[in-house]
Design a protein around this ligand. Sequence first.
Ligand SMILES: Cc1cc2nc3c(=O)[nH]c(=O)nc-3n(C[C@H](O)[C@H](O)[C@H](O)COP(=O)(O)OP(=O)(O)OC[C@H]3O[C@@H](n4cnc5c(N)ncnc54)[C@H](O)[C@@H]3O)c2cc1C
Length: 380
Amino acid sequence: MEHYSVIIIGGGSSGLFLSSLLKDSLLIEKNHECGKKLLVTGGGECNITHDEAPRDLVCHYFEKKNFVSTALYTLPPDEIRKYFSSLGVDSFTREDGKVFPSSRDAHTVRDALLCGGKIITDHAVKSIRKDGDLFVVDDEFSSTYLVIATGGTVFPQTGSTGDGYNFLKEFGHSIVPQRNALCEIKLSEDTSRLEGLSVDNATLKIGKNVKTGPLLFTRKGLSGPVALNLSRFVDGNDEMILKLCDITAEEIKRLNGKLKCANALHQLTGLPQRLIDEIVPAKDKNIASLTKEDIREIITRLTCWRLKGNTHGQARLAMVTRGGVSTTEVDSKSMESKLCPGLFIVGECLDVDGETGGYNLSFAFASSYLVYKKLKSYLS
Ligand SMILES: Cc1cc2nc3c(=O)[nH]c(=O)nc-3n(C[C@H](O)[C@H](O)[C@H](O)COP(=O)(O)OP(=O)(O)OC[C@H]3O[C@@H](n4cnc5c(N)ncnc54)[C@H](O)[C@@H]3O)c2cc1C
C-alpha cells in the first residue's frame, strides 16, 4: 500500500488549490483531467473572486456568514489574487467587482494549480476507512490526513456526484439535503413571450428573502443575478412577488392623457416596450380613458406580480449545491471534522453556498487554505 502524509479526494477547484500549496500530497481525481467544473466557470472565463473587503464578502453566503468568516478573512480576495499572480496568473476587476484572470481563460487558472503534489486521474475513489491512525483509500493508498474535496451534486457532468457525502456518512457526518441553487426559476405561468427581456433593477421576494438587481426573462422563467441568488429559497411551487419598477397611481394620472397607455408607461418606467406590451392590462387605451380599476391592475402587475415557480430538474444547469455536510460538525477555523480528527472537508461538499459573482470559488480556495495552514502546523 502506498503511504502519503496527505491524500486529497477530488481534483476540482478546492482540491487543486490545496494540492498546489501542499507539495507532498496525493490528489485523486475520478475524471481524466482535473478541474472540469473550474473550466466552465464564468462562462469559461473563470470568475475567481470578488473585489470586496472580507466584511462585505461574508454577507454573500446567506446563513453561513459566520462559518465562512475565518476562511475568507484568512484568504481574502487580495490574497487570492496575489497567490494566483505568484503562479503567473494575473487578474483584473470588472466594473461589477467580479475578478477574472487577465487571460479571460479558465484553463490558465486550472493549469496553474497543477503545480503541486502528485496527481492521479481516472480513479474514482470507492471506499475510505480508518485503520488505526491511518486513513485507507480503496485498500490501495494510506495517509495520515485525508481531505474530502468532492464537491456537491449539481452539474454532475463535471464529476461532482455527491460521492463525498457517502464517504462522510461512514464517519458519522450528517448531510443536509441538497437543492439546486444559482439556477433559473421555472415559472408555472407561461412567460415564453418575454424570453430575452431584461430589467435592470427588479425586486424579487420569496418568503422573507428579497433581492434587487438585474433580472432576465427566459423561455421558461426567470434568470439574471436576482433570480439566481434567490433560487436556493425556491422549494416546490412557492409564491414569489416580482416588482419590476416603482410606480404610483398619481404618476400615471399625471401623464399626458392623449398618450397610449403602453407607450406612456414605457417612457415613465424605462421598462422595455415589449415587456409593457406583453404584461400590462389596458395597454391600448389612452391614459385619459383608464379607469380606476385599470390603474389598480397596472400597478399590481408592475409592482406586485404574483408568480409561482420551482427549480425542479435544474441539477445539470445549476451552478452550486445548497446543502451538504453539516457545518456544525466541522471546525470553521481549520475545516477539520469535529467527529474524526485528521479528516478535513472543503469547498462545495460542505453545506455552504454563495451568491453568483466569484463567491463560490472564493470559498473553495479559502477553505482549502485553512486546511493547508492546519496541516502545515501538524506536519512541522
Ligand atoms: C456552470 C458553472 C459556472 C460557475 N461559475 C462560477 C464562477 O464564475 N465563480 C465562482 O465563484 N463559482 C462558479 N461556479 C461554482 C464553482 O465552480 C464551484 O462552487 C466550485 O468549483 C466548487 O469546488 P469544489 O472543489 O468544492 O468542487 P468541484 O469543483 O465540483 O470538484 C470536485 C471534484 O471531485 C471529483 N470527485 C468527485 N467524486 C470523486 C471520487 N469518488 N473520486 C475521485 N474524485 C471525485 C470530481 O470529479 C470533481 O473534479 C460555477 C459552477 C458552474 C456549474
